[in-house]
Ligand binder design. Sequence first.
Ligand SMILES: NC(=O)C1=CN([C@@H]2O[C@H](COP(=O)(O)OP(=O)(O)OC[C@H]3O[C@@H](n4cnc5c(N)ncnc54)[C@H](OP(=O)(O)O)[C@@H]3O)[C@@H](O)[C@H]2O)C=CC1
Ligand SMILES: O=C(O)C1=N[C@H](C(=O)O)C[C@H](O)C1
Length: 242
Amino acid sequence: MARIGIIGSAGRMGNALQAAVAAAGHDYAGGIDKGGDPLALAQASDVLVDFSAPAALEYNLDAAIHAGKPIVVGTTGLEERHHWLVDAAAVSVPVLQTGNTSLGVTLLSYLVREAAQRLGEDWDIEIVETHHRMKVDAPSGTAILLGEAAARGRGVSLHEEEVRGRDGITGARKAGTIGFASLRGGTVAGDHSVHFLADNERLTLSHLAENRGIFARGAIRAAEWLLDKKAGRYTMPEVLDL
Ligand SMILES: NC(=O)C1=CN([C@@H]2O[C@H](COP(=O)(O)OP(=O)(O)OC[C@H]3O[C@@H](n4cnc5c(N)ncnc54)[C@H](OP(=O)(O)O)[C@@H]3O)[C@@H](O)[C@H]2O)C=CC1
Ligand SMILES: O=C(O)C1=N[C@H](C(=O)O)C[C@H](O)C1
């Protein structure tokens, strides 16, 4: 049994995480939202779980470092500088950052990498995601994670090949690029499809989240897994042994 502290505790994921902490038989060490004290929470916890906002990340990582506690970061909308902060924190404490904590998406990313590697460049790759009307970032963290898996499979850099959204006279599709499209509406928990499109045939790999419980369960599993790890940056495939 561990004491788990939640950052972003009053949010949609915060509520799902509190339920998952109880269901897994752990102690809820408490939670904070905007204006809360992450260091006090870290000191009262064995492990932190952060599903809040990019602006909070630096303070949350500092709190984990100063209290010497592991942290799971599920917040999306992260930029390059946030990843540097994660790398720096991982020198001192165990950190797991991911755009999606579900088992299904973790396996999907593996399948996408395999497909991208085997199908070759004449198969165009397009990633489409759909989320609820309240989501504030695009493309989703999961879409980016899947794009990175596809780019790894092809042995290219996502940063150099990505095309985010199209509008106007875009010209014909450039070979080798990886496209992203985002839909927002309703209460969709999170749908992701990776389309591989060739001449006269198409392959689509999809994951549909029916509720936030799947993300919360995966995050708690990641938090449990981090407890006895040494400092370092870890991934969901390591947690799930994939
Ligand atoms: N990795 C994954 O598997 C998943 C990731 N996510 C990501 O998790 C994040 C949260 O999603 P969701 O719960 O839907 O969003 P919500 O907006 O419902 O919740 C966010 C919570 O974070 C709090 N918060 C905002 N700023 C800070 C801050 N500076 N310090 C502490 N708390 C803060 C908010 O508090 P307040 O209301 O006071 O501002 C709010 O309670 C998003 O980035 C989302 O994309 C979501 C699902 C799965
Ligand atoms: O904001 C959400 O809701 C979700 N965010 C994550 C993302 O950006 O991929 C994970 C999930 O799709 C739900």
